[in-house]
Design a protein around this ligand. Structure first.
Ligand SMILES: Nc1ncnc2c1ncn2[C@@H]1O[C@H](COP(=O)(O)OP(=O)(O)OP(=O)(O)O)[C@@H](O)[C@H]1O
Length: 298
C-alpha cells in the first residue's frame, strides 16, 4: 500500500507557481527523499502534507484516504526551524506538546530514554544535534506512522549528522514511512530507498540512487583537482561541469578524447593540476544533467 499518493498537485503563491503538477507515490515503510536546491518547492510540498497548507488543485491520499485533519494525525513533522521552547527544559517541552497533541504522558519518559536526552536541561543549553533530537522526540509523541523531516541535518556537524541518520534508519526498521527534504546529495544517498529530484516546482526524476545515476547514460565524468585556472574555457567545449572548492567535474561523451584537451586547456591557462581521474557519477551529476545547473546553485 502507498503511504502517500500525490496526483497533479499545484500550488501558487500569488502569481508565482511554486508546485507545477507534482505526481508522487511514497510506499509504506520506505525512506523517500526529496532532493533539490533551495527554492525547488520541497518545503511547500511538505507544508501541504504536514501543516495543511492550502493548495490550488490536485489530490493527496494518506494510506488510501484523502488528506484531512484526521489523516494528519498519522503524520509526524519536524520542520526546518526548531519548535522547542528555549526556556523550558527537555521534559517540560515534551510535556507541553504532549498536552497540545493530547498524547499519552508515558511517552515522555520513553522518548527521553530513547533519544538519550538530558531531561532537566533547558532547550537553549542543548547542542544542535540534541536540539534536533528533541524536535524529533516531539514529533513522535503521538506515534505517527509517517514521519516528515525538512532538511533534518542542516547546521549539524558531521558526527551529529551521522547519529541522526542512524536514528532515522531506526524509524524505518520499526516500519515507519519517512519523507525527508534535503539539498545534500550525501544525505539522500545515505538514507533514502528512493529519491525524487526536484527543480523549480517539478519532480524531474524518481528512483533509487542507482537508477538515477543510470540516467547519466554513456557519458563519463572527469574530475580534476588542483589550483584551477581557465575553467571558462572548459565550458566552451564541455558545457556541463561543476566547479567546487578546487574540484572540477566535467561531463564528457568520450573520456579518452576529452582528457588531453582538458589538461591542455587548464595547463595553458596556468592551472596546477594535482589529480585527474574518470569518476563514477554522483546524484549531483545527475541533477546537472537533468537541469543544467548544480545542486547548491541558488
Ligand atoms: N509564503 C511564500 N510566499 C511567496 N513565495 C513563496 C512562499 N514560500 C515559498 N515561496 C517561493 O516558492 C518557491 C519554493 O519554495 P520552497 O520553500 O518550497 O522551496 P524549497 O525547495 O523547500 O527550498 P528551501 O530549502 O529554501 O526551503 C521559492 O521560489 C520560494 O521563494
Amino acid at each position: 500500500m502507498s503511504a502517500i499518493r500525490i496526483k497533479n498537485l499545484m500550488k501558487s503563491y500569488g502569481d508565482f507557481l511554486a508546485l507545477k503538477g507534482i505526481n508522487l507515490e511514497i510506499k509504506e515503510s520506505e525512506i523517500f527523499a526529496l532532493l533539490g536546491p533551495n527554492g525547488a518547492g520541497k518545503t511547500t510540498l511538505i507544508r501541504i502534507l504536514a501543516e495543511g497548507l492550502k493548495f490550488d488543485s490536485g489530490d493527496i491520499e494518506v494510506f488510501g484516504k484523502k488528506l484531512s485533519k484526521k489523516t494528519a494525525r498519522l503524520i509526524g513533522y519536524v520542520p526546518q526551524e526548531s519548535i522547542s521552547y528555549d526556556l523550558l527544559t527537555v521534559e517540560e517541552n515534551l510535556a507541553f506538546y504532549a498536552d497540545l497533541y493530547d498524547a499519552p504522558k508515558e511517552r515522555i519518559k520513553e522518548l527521553i530514554k530513547r533519544f538519550d536526552l538530558p531531561a532537566k536541561k533547558k532547550a537553549r543549553e542543548l547542542s544542535g544535534g540534541f536540539k534536533r533530537r528533541l524536535n524529533l522526540a516531539i514529533s513522535l509523541l503521538y506515534e505517527p506512522k509517517i514521519l516528515i523531516l525538512d532538511e533534518p541535518s542542516t547546521g549539524l556537524d558531521v558526527p551529529s549528522r551521522r547519529q541522526l541518520w542512524e536514528i532515522i534508519k531506526g524509524f524505518k526498521r520499526e516500519g515507519k514511512t519517512i519523507l525527508l527534504a534535503t539539498h545534500y546529495m550525501e544525505e539522500a544517498e545515505a538514507l533514502a530507498d528512493r529519491i525524487a529530484i526536484m527543480n523549480e516546482g517539478r519532480v524531474v526524476a524518481v528512483g533509487t540512487a542507482d537508477e538515477l545515476k543510470a540516467l547519466i547514460g554513456e557519458e563519463s565524468i572527469i574530475q580534476v583537482e588542483g589550483i584551477l585556472k581557465g575553467v571558462e574555457g572548459i565550458g566552451e567545449i564541455f558545457p556541463r561541469f561543476i566547479e567546487k572548492s578546487g574540484t572540477l567535474r566535467i561531463h564528457v561523451k568520450n573520456s579518452r578524447e576529452a582528457l588531453p584537451k582538458i589538461v591542455e586547456l587548464l595547463i595553458s591557462a596556468g592551472s596546477e593540476i594535482k589529480a585527474i581521474k574518470v569518476e563514477e557519477p554522483t546524484l549531483e551529476d545527475v541533477f546537472l544533467k537533468l537541469t543544467g545547473r548544480a545542486l547548491d546553485e541558488v
